[in-house]
Design a protein around this ligand. Structure first.
Ligand SMILES: *[C@@H]1O[C@H](CO)[C@@H](O)[C@H](O)[C@H]1NC(C)=O
Ligand SMILES: *[C@@H]1O[C@H](CO)[C@@H](O)[C@H](O)[C@H]1NC(C)=O
Ligand SMILES: *[C@@H]1O[C@H](CO)[C@@H](O)[C@H](O)[C@H]1NC(C)=O
Ligand SMILES: *[C@@H]1O[C@H](CO)[C@@H](O)[C@H](O)[C@H]1NC(C)=O
Length: 247
């Protein structure tokens, strides 16, 4: 058994170096570090090893790959491939911050986005297809430096910090954090989405319940910020997804 495990560990280690993509391995919510879903947990399950319960949703990004634009209307876009609800939640007060820690991230072209969806009850049993996502943080490209949000994320130790709007009503939420890698965006369906979901309870005395968008309605493959040439000096960029809600 130990031998099998070691092989699985080696394989997943190999996959991360060979392909170089990444995932959200943990968060710091209101200053508290919590481990998220690890891609290697899939191998643990196969090997009959008990995995820890984390706020990170189960997914099968075994190749450290992405959801392509021709799957934007498929439920895999919601929380990545074959995602299943996490059973526990982290906590953050409205007005507080959540830092999303990525494993080594290689692609410096593309926006970074964060959404929240109120589970309307327990996030461990909500049907992901009913979740309505509200975009609370978005960053595209700095026109004066031509530096993309993904580049900023890499420079910041592969991490991104989102502030939860102070007016957001308390409740059980799914946070959906995403990088859209656009190095291949000149081709139709050449962009790559890397969405990851975590259950986070929001506390506080906010009263806002903004309207959201179903995961399968967030993007279209022909959106101006999905299908475009990133290899020119950009003077405008339409960040994908619904309008930002700042509270
Ligand atoms: C949550 O619990 C259910 C039922 O035990 C399980 O199928 C699911 O994989 C768990 N989710 C995670 C992320 O471990
Ligand atoms: C960089 O991020 C890793 C987790 O991805 C963390 O363990 C480490 O402490 C961070 N380093 C610094 C200097 O913040
Ligand atoms: C773009 O980068 C410049 C130089 O680092 C910085 O001064 C400016 O604030 C940035 N603009 C935005 C919108 O972040
Ligand atoms: C920039 O603006 C033009 C004119 O409105 C639009 O056609 C184009 O799609 C935009 N480009 C991006 C990358 O958002």
């Amino acid at each position: 058994m130990l031998y099998v495990l070691k092989i699985a560990g080696l394989l997943s280690g190999f996959a991360s170096t060979a392909l170089g993509h990444g995932f959200v391995s943990g968060i710091v919510a209101n200053g508290v570090y919590t481990e998220g879903w690890q891609v290697s947990f899939w191998y643990d399950i196969v090997n009959g090893v008990t995995i820890p319960q984390t706020p990170g949703w189960y997914e099968e990004e075994l190749d450290l790959g992405f959801v392509p634009p021709d799957e934007y209307q498929d439920p895999n876009i919601i929380c990545h491939k074959n995602a299943v609800n996490a059973n526990v939640s982290a906590t953050v007060p409205a007005g507080g911050t959540v830092e999303f820690q990525w494993t080594t991230w290689p692609h410096s072209i593309g926006p970074v986005l964060t959404y929240v969806a109120n589970c309307g009850g327990d996030c461990k049993s909500v049907d992901k297809k009913t979740l309505e996502f509200v975009k609370i943080d978005e960053s595209g490209i700095n026109f004066s430096t031509q530096e993309w949000a993904s580049g900023v994320l890499i420079a910041n130790n592969n991490s991104w910090t989102t502030t939860v709007p102070k007016t957001l009503a308390p409740g059980h939420y799914v946070f959906r954090h995403e990088i859209i890698a656009c190095h291949g965006a000149t081709s139709l369906d050449g962009a790559q989405n890397y969405p990851f979901c975590l259950n986070i309870d929001v506390t506080g005395s906010g009263t806002a319940n903004p309207t959201g968008t179903l995961g399968v309605n967030l993007y279209k493959e022909t959106d101006p910020g999905i299908y475009f040439n990133p290899y020119v000096t950009l003077t405008n960029y339409t960040i994908p997804g619904p309008t930002l809600w700042t509270g």
